[in-house]
Design a binder for this molecule. Structure first.
Ligand code: FAD
Length: 387
């Protein structure tokens, strides 16, 4: 974004002072604000759009454990201890949402019916069986299911089976994030686009086209958009497009949300009966990048073909919504939480690689712990990139 000199601040507004300014009113920013609410710090959240203008308002609402790939692959990449550590962090995320938010009356259509990971073929089924065996060994509740189970409980054809993660959840993501932010008590400034961040002797100054904010610390919770604000992100968090379509309501038939094909594609039935289907960015990996809000006809066609292939009874059901959103894919597919290397007043969280609802509330806790107590989060610290 370029900013003309003439619009570089509106002089009629007095600057806002705070202890912490959080840029980004998605699940990351809202969660940091929530975890700081009892600290006595004055927290301000700023967003260029409305609350949930980014991916937090455009996702599928799965709240799952683990990450972008099957646990067996995480073990191969990171080793057993780290793969399990990452799994436990996302398990914590679910438990914390249930305990602190849903348990406190936040109405966000949260349900823990489990999620399925359905195999695209026999090779993936073998990997899922290996994953299930490893996780059961660590006390995680996972069951393998066969083709007949899939047909009976999900009404789906052409899946040889899969794994059922019994403790996973689903949510209405916008109700969740709005609820977190409201309960944080933070002052929220929407429609304030940050165009410049300057470090000062005692903290930071954040410039928007409407107001200037002064604070002791800044949290960049801008995820896929972060590289526009700070060059550090350019080779660490990449804006990556994801697409979704949603049908008209149909009678309930899906027992729980499902991932398919190595966690690339996904579908769930919403509280009002609509079927949401997303994924297939693997068909246009090179062009499904950047922050433009556009739907790609080839991907939307693939989503429709997927619906017809696996659920022929829904072939004539009208499609009533199509949208896209910008995810932040990190360089190593793991979340990044911490201080910018060499900086004491600039913090960040993001890079969830398409799984930020499954991470965000816990990530907010980890970052608040760092700000308040200097504790570095395990496995996902920004320190792994040096500094
Ligand atoms: C199609 C799709 C499906 C997905 N499905 C799931 C799912 O089912 N489960 C799951 O766990 N995850 C899913 N995700 C990923 C998940 O939505 C994200 O990981 C998560 O929402 C990231 O939250 P965030 O708060 O870090 O970022 P965002 O929600 O993107 O928030 C960043 C905010 O920063 C603001 N901002 C950016 N630049 C500026 C600026 N210069 N000034 C002021 N404000 C600024 C934006 O307006 C935005 O509100 C999906 C994502 C997409 C796109």
């Amino acid at each position: 974004m370029t900013v003309p000199y003439w619009q570089d601040q509106s002089p009629e507004h007095t600057p806002v002072n705070a202890d912490v300014v959080v840029v980004g009113a998605g699940i990351s920013g809202a969660s940091v604000a929530w975890w700081l609410k009892d600290s006595g710090l004055d927290v301000v959240v700023v967003d260029r759009g409305d609350v949930c203008a980014g991916a937090s308002g455009r996702n599928a609402g799965f709240v799952t454990c683990g990450s972008v790939e099957h646990f067996s692959r995480q073990v191969r990449t990171h080793g057993e201890a780290m793969a399990l550590g990452l799994w436990r962090l996302s398990q914590d995320n679910l438990d914390l949402i249930e305990h602190h938010l849903v348990g406190d009356g936040l109405a966000c259509d949260f349900r823990r019916r489990g999620t399925y990971s359905l195999a695209g073929g026999d090779h993936e089924l073998t990997e899922l069986a290996q994953t299930a065996e490893q996780l059961v060994g660590h006390g995680v509740r996972v069951e393998m299911v066969d083709e007949a189970h899939v047909a009976r409980h999900l009404g789906a054809r052409h899946f040889p089976g899969g794994a059922l993660y019994l403790d996973d959840g689903e949510v209405h993501p916008v109700k969740l994030v709005r609820g977190i932010l409201e309960r944080s008590g933070a002052r929220v400034f929407t429609h304030h686009e940050v165009h410049r961040v300057a470090e000062t002797q005692d903290g930071v100054t954040v410039h928007t086209h409407r107001r200037t904010f002064h604070a002791g610390a800044l949290v960049l919770a801008t995820n896929g958009y972060s590289a526009d604000l700070h060059p550090w992100f350019a080779d660490k968090i990449y804006p990556t497009r994801g697409q979704i379509m949603v049908t008209a309501p149909v009678a309930p038939f899906l027992a729980a949300p499902c991932y398919a094909n190595f966690v690339l594609d996904y579908f769930r039935q919403l509280a009002d009966g609509r079927v949401l289907i997303g994924g297939f960015r693997q068909l246009a990996k090179d062009t499904e990048v950047g922050t433009a809000d556009v739907v790609h006809p080839d991907i939307q066609r693939a989503l429709e073909d997927f619906l017809r292939h696996h659920f022929p009874a829904l072939a004539a059901t009208p499609i009533e919504y199509r949208w896209s959103g910008t995810m932040g894919f990190s360089a190593d597919s793991l979340p990044i939480i911490g201080a910018l290397p060499g900086r004491t007043s600039l913090y960040l969280l993001g890079g969830y690689t398409g799984h930020g609802i499954g991470w965000g509330f816990k990530a907010g806790q980890l970052l608040a712990d760092l700000i308040l107590h200097g504790e570095q989060p395990p496995w996902v610290s920004a320190r792994r990139f040096g500094g």
